[in-house]
Write a protein that binds this ligand. Structure first.
Ligand SMILES: Cc1cc2nc3c(=O)[nH]c(=O)nc-3n(C[C@H](O)[C@H](O)[C@H](O)COP(=O)(O)O)c2cc1C
Length: 180
């Protein structure tokens, strides 16, 4: 699969088969995500992959802020990749002060780039993903025993697609591009 095909054909997958995702594939996806750019190359983003059915069900049931659509997607997925960022690196100077007016928001920016690389790498390996933003960060931290300085940037569901949906409409280049 070349780059253009990968970008154009990746879809958010919310229906999965029962097939597990092979450990080597998960490792390869994370290896490719490690090539993502990051603030001063701090590489503060890492992934906790939840395969354990009980932990996955707990997150699906209790950590979705009542948004049951995400409960269903999580329960259908073979695994959840919890995208975590170590707080205090991206966007910060060595003395702990913020580098820019965006303050610590560079953390989730870094995580977003890494997440997109993760999703494209998964797609190239034949694995479907869906980025979930509606979840209860504090509860996810609690379920996984993550430290208070760990930002949970997103949850990505993983698995073999049962059905790939049609592409939602995209804006045209004219709408998206301004050249000055
Ligand atoms: C930051 C972010 C948060 C998202 N949160 C959710 C979510 O909570 N639940 C969900 O089903 N999809 C979620 N999505 C997936 C989007 O709905 C999806 O990317 C969009 O509709 C375009 O579809 P496509 O990914 O198939 O191109 C999220 C995507 C992003 C980037």
């Amino acid at each position: 699969m070349d780059f253009k095909e990968a970008v154009e054909s990746r879809r958010s997958i919310r229906k999965y088969t029962d097939q597990k995702v092979e450990r080597e594939k998960i490792e390869e996806i994370v290896r490719l995500a490690s090539f993502s750019p990051s603030w001063k190359n701090v590489q503060a983003t890492s992934f906790v992959v939840v395969e354990d059915e009980e932990i996955k069900s707990n997150i699906a049931a209790d950590c979705v802020l009542g948004f049951e659509y995400n409960t269903k997607t999580m329960n259908r997925a073979a695994a959840l990749a919890i995208v975590t960022v170590k707080h205090g690196l991206s966007g910060f100077e060595k003395d702990g002060s913020f580098s820019t007016s965006k303050e610590d928001r560079w953390e989730v920016f870094d995580a977003g780039i890494a997440t997109q690389t993760f999703c494209l790498a998964a797609h190239e390996q034949g694995i479907g993903t869906c980025v979930l933003g509606i979840f209860d960060e504090a509860k996810v931290r609690e379920v996984l025993g993550l430290s208070d300085d760990t930002v949970v940037a997103a949850i990505v569901t993983l698995g073999y697609a049962e059905k790939a949906p049609a592409m939602p409409p995209r804006k045209s280049v004219d709408e998206l591009l301004t050249i000055v």
